[in-house]
Design a protein around this ligand. Structure first.
Ligand code: ADP
Length: 507
């Protein structure tokens, strides 16, 4: 049986205000139930109707099955009310307050005495038991109100904003006590403005607004109803003040996030500003490769693994685009900034060495990715490209981008003139990429080259990317992924150490 069952409750005050517009609500026996809503929503009116302090206009209220209007005696015996106002009788002492209340509820004298002593003790009021209530402090009055509500051992305890204006210790004390009696079986109906309180204490919560229950559920269900992450945000949605949400304030970026984003944006800004060179030229290159090798020569070459030669070379071209652009972006950007000492502006910022390294890495990575995606789009439009194993392709391309971005950083940091960068590009990178098998299958090479290929990291990268797109590869896939991850991590560790030491960056 429900502790409280309210059906279609309407309350119209003589002033014409309709404070409750057909409220229905069920609170189970033993529940800790929260009623939340803005001022004027109708919370007190609902409580007053339940406890006989206001006459409902229409509807029914049952307390443990007893009709609160027609058979109010049984119903009221089951309810204890701790109202919002400190409505104590000034002429009575603390103990008398409890004793009279027990009397109103029909408790015999001896039982009243024992229960009063017990409660005075529980609420640390024993020393004040003979003091008139007028002389008690605010906190003591609040405790006495709660003791009074509990005097007749109600099965349903109604707490109307019991902690408004109460200090922290008392609040915690009250909650401890209330939680204990709830655990012992007392049903609790609580209204409060402290949402954390409701969230922590209540099994279920109802939102009331403008005289109607608009949502009921656990705090996470309510958050779900409003599509937000906390009870507080759900409440703010209810009252139409979502802009006050702490979550939305928290969603604003921290200084560290702004800093990192600025570092990365600078890199992206640079390559976007010179896009003819950074994006245009590589695309033209791809186009030429596809026309020359694919269309012109390709028709004279047999199908490889049952695939047209022009399609066969596309994965290598995409990989090459990502790799070369990630590399050259970072090597040039770092060297140029060192040259102009513009890098000092970043080095003297609060960014950590690791942050700087990651920002450069990401800059090159993004340029490589941009060119690679455009290359893919062009190739797909020109010759059509399948994607057989995306689960290998995506990690493989990310690793390629990260590896070459790191390599670019390494060269950029070590380089002292532009010649150093172009030397690395022409004499190291391009041979590695060409010999890695962009334009052919490494298995076709004569013997000494085949063995050498095993030491070329690009051989594994092309293997992975080709497997990702076309579904076959010369290289062993798990081995390639493992080796590439290790190589990337090693390169990152070297760069991290250079940045930490400020090698060739700081004086
Ligand atoms: P809450 O407790 O949620 O702040 P109330 O139940 O006190 O809301 O008030 C609900 C509405 O009923 C308000 O518009 C309020 O002005 C009105 N109201 C409350 N009590 C009375 C009353 N005794 N006479 C006339 N109107 C009232």
């Amino acid at each position: 049986m429900d502790a409280l069952a309210i059906t279609d409750l309407v309350k119209r005050y003589p002033t014409g205000t309709e404070a409750l517009r057909g409220v229905s609500l069920e609170i189970g026996d033993g529940e800790f139930f929260g009623l939340l809503g803005p001022n004027g929503a109708g919370k007190s009116t609902l409580i007053h109707c339940t406890t006989g302090l206001a006459q409902p206009t229409a509807g029914s209220i049952r307390i443990f099955g007893h009709d609160a209007i027609d058979h109010y005696e049984q119903a009221r015996l089951a309810v204890g009310l701790a109202p919002q106002d400190l409505n104590l009788d000034w002429f009575l002492t603390a103990e008398e307050t409890l004793d009279y209340h027990g009397g109103y509820f029909g408790m015999p004298r001896r039982e009243r005495r024992e229960r009063a002593r017990e409660l005075l003790d529980a609420f640390s009021l024993t020393a004040k038991r003979d003091d008139r209530t007028r002389t008690l402090s605010g906190g003591m009055k609040r405790r006495l109100i709660l003791a009074r509500a509990l005097m007749h051992r109600p099965r349903l305890l109604i707490l109307d904003e019991p902690t408004a204006g109460v200090d922290v210790e008392l609040r915690l004390e009250l909650w401890q006590y209330v939680q204990r009696i709830n655990a012992e079986g007392t049903t609790i109906l609580l209204t409060t403005h402290y949402l954390e309180e409701a969230e922590q204490l209540c099994d279920r919560i109802a939102f009331i607004n403008d005289g109607a229950i608009v949502a009921t559920g656990t705090s996470s269900e309510l958050a779900g109803t409003y599509g937000v992450s906390s009870l507080e945000d759900a409440y703010l949605q209810l009252v139409g003040r979502g802009e006050l949400s702490r979550a939305s304030r928290r969603r604003r970026m921290t200084a560290a996030q702004i800093r990192f984003l600025s570092l990365v944006r600078r890199e992206v800004n640079r390559f976007v500003k010179i896009k003819r060179q950074t994006v245009g030229a590589p695309l033209l290159e791809t186009f030429l490769y596809i026309s020359v090798f694919g269309a012109a020569l390709g028709s004279r070459i047999d199908k490889l693994h049952g695939i047209d030669y022009v399609v066969f070379i596309v994965p290598g071209l995409i990989m090459m685009a990502w790799a070369m652009n990630a590399f050259s972006n970072n090597s040039s950007s770092i060297l140029q900034q060192k040259f102009q000492r513009a890098i000092d502006d970043q080095l003297s910022s609060p960014a950590s060495p690791l942050e700087l390294l990651l920002a450069f890495t990401l800059g090159g990575f993004l340029r490589g990715m941009t060119v690679a995606v455009l290359t893919f789009a062009a190739a797909a439009a020109l010759v059509g490209v399948p994607i057989e194993n995306p689960h290998v392709l995506i990690p493989a391309l990310f690793l390629v981008g990260f590896f070459f971005a790191q390599l670019g950083v390494l060269v950029g940091v070590r380089a002292e003139q532009f010649d150093d960068v172009s030397f690395a590009q022409t004499f190291v990178l391009q041979p590695l990429i060409f010999l890695g098998g962009v334009f052919y299958s490494a298995a076709l090479l004569p013997e000494p080259f085949q063995t050498l290929t095993q030491f070329n990291p690009v051989y594994y990268m092309i293997g992975l990317v080709r497997y990702g797109f076309l579904g076959f590869s010369d290289a062993n896939i798990p081995l390639s992924l493992g080796l590439l991850t290790l190589a990337t991590a090693a390169l990152f560790a070297i760069n991290a150490s250079l940045f930490r030491r400020g090698y060739k960056l700081r004086a």
